[in-house]
Design a protein around this ligand. Sequence first.
Ligand SMILES: Nc1ncnc2c1ncn2[C@@H]1O[C@H](COP(=O)(O)OP(=O)(O)OP(=O)(O)O)[C@@H](O)[C@H]1O
Ligand SMILES: [Mg+2]
Length: 273
Amino acid sequence: MTAPILALKNINKSFGPIDVLHDINLEVRPGEVLCLLGDNGAGKSTLIKILSGVHQPTTGTIELDGKEVIFPAPRVAQEAGISTVHQFGGTFPLMSIGRSFFVGVEPTKGWGPFKIYDRARANAIAVKAVQDMGITRITDGDRLVGGLSGGERQSLAIARAVHFGARVLILDEPTAALGVKQATHVLRIVNEAKRRGLAVIFITHQVMHAMAVGDHFAVLIRGAVAADFRKGEKTREEITDLMAGGASMASLEGEIEGYMATHDGHPPQAVQA
Ligand SMILES: Nc1ncnc2c1ncn2[C@@H]1O[C@H](COP(=O)(O)OP(=O)(O)OP(=O)(O)O)[C@@H](O)[C@H]1O
Ligand SMILES: [Mg+2]
């Protein structure tokens, strides 16, 4: 197995008296997708905020290429090659695709031609980057980001991270708000990022999405890693149960499906208390 790009060692995080993360140990490797699973409030977003420099761990260390690093601010993590795409992929609905692609890219870092914004060139680069990731429907860099579908926006944000040399791509629930077809596009682009050798951390509540791209899985329960396993080591039912905190969620799903099959596709009525 290749050496990890990023390793978390004994990470604890408290906000005042509230302990949110407990002794987290995890590794992410190039060309691999680590799926971070867990119920609402388990600590997934807090963990990635530590990796992206938004929060600092209370105790414990982060290692990048085997050396200890400190990310006091998002910018520092970004410069180290850690790129985080938040839900809905970027926050520039009123910008064009080309313009949004270059936001935050300092002209002093080798982007001389962009000191004066070169619209045609920015558009061409942005459109090519998106198309190279397999999203061929985007052809016009002048279109506004706000007019793209949720899946297209996610794809644009991922293409942007890949283009600007991210080594670790963190995706916080990129498929949560998407329909089946859109989610498939995003999952395909995640696979493309992985094929290019990026390490991907993929947060999701959807077990099927995790299983479609994941090489390695970690389940957080109340801030601790409750399970850490590789592709093929657990079934969908086992993963679903783990995500529900050990309750037998898969058998409940089965019961509901069984009920619907015999009741004309209708789910069972909620029992009044
Ligand atoms: N700044 C903060 N101050 C106090 N508590 C916080 C803070 N940020 C998060 N928490 C708490 O930490 C716990 C974990 O939150 P987090 O957002 O990491 O969960 P999550 O796994 O991302 O959940 P979801 O699936 O709903 O997005 C929650 O109980 C939350 O209330
Ligand atoms: Mg979250």
